[in-house]
Design a protein around this ligand. Sequence first.
Ligand SMILES: [Zn+2]
Length: 214
Amino acid sequence: MKKQTILVCVSHSDDQVIGMGSSIAKFASEGKDVIVVIFSYGAESVPWMKEKHIIETRVKESMKIDKFLGAKKTIFLGLSDKNMEEKIKKFKTEKKLELIISKYNPEKIFTHALDPHPNHRIVHKTVLKVLDSMKKNIPVYTFDIWKMFDTKEQKARIYIDITETFSKKIKAMMMFKSQMYFSIYPLLPSVYLKAFLNGVHIKTRYAEMFYKER
Ligand SMILES: [Zn+2]
């Protein structure tokens, strides 16, 4: 039987871990190939570091962390966080994503929900646009990063029991030395709270929740 592939498309190198690190570890433990596609290096968020150094650090760090979670491959699309929409056009990012989807032919795609971060929204829209243009009918699930509390999102929800892999996600988050003060510490309480509340919802210890986008 062919190995099943899960494609995860995110804006920044830590989004996949914060948003669905436990599910990535779970998919990997079930023998699925998880491919992570990262749109942006997010370079300008560390004002005192040189850009090239930041990029190298982030690439190395997130490859190591994705591997730790069990992901098979991490692909960087190499955009910067500034004017992302423009850069997507300039660097033919949609075409690149199309080639990745064709190559790996994933059974499911996970990406950002429409959370408040503008580049998360751009990645969300780009993924759907590319799938539409390919006329590919692949199920898409989305997750929130910068949204602490539940909103009235009307989409259907799925919950993944992550009791076995939650501690691995926390370990992976703590490996993001470069992001510690920007996203890891600020988001850690909500990661615990969400995992707990989602767990209550399906009567397990911890769970991650996704919207069924299509
Ligand atoms: Zn992000």
